[in-house]
Design a protein. Sequence first.
Length: 181
Amino acid sequence: MTPETKCGCAVLAGALALAMAGCAARARPAANAAPPAPLSTPQTQVALPEPQPLNPDALATVPPAGRPVAAPAASGSAARQAPPAAAQTAPAEQRPAVQAIVSAEEQKRLKDSAEARKREVRAVLARIGGRSLSASDQDLVKRIEFFLNQSDQAERSGDMSQADAFAQRAQALARGWQGGR
């Protein structure tokens, strides 16, 4: 084959490839093709099951102990009753708070740490006791005293880790405030 023939064959093959690709791109689906089936079929007919008998004993409720039982209403409209007053409800049982189990040595270490922190904070507060403070300083003193009170309360309830954590917060505020002076 001569080079001119090879070139002619290549051009002819390229033209045919372009023509065929154009035909495939312009191809349209047949007009008589069926539309795709719907994803779900609408239900226009509703068929409910037969009503089931209801046992009246199933509706009866047992009143909690300590509450007076109201007499049943004579008519259907009087069946709606107001909720019972808060004074009639029994007080909820107080559950002890969930605490981590801490050894006696750890409890003593936490108590000593909290006491040392609170002593330091109270010493800082005593030094500034007679001074006149700005509004932001008064707010800071209130926050420090709040953490000291929370620490004392946690210590009274026996939660030494919480008492130490509150004392540490009060100490951090006092040290930060003292460092800014």
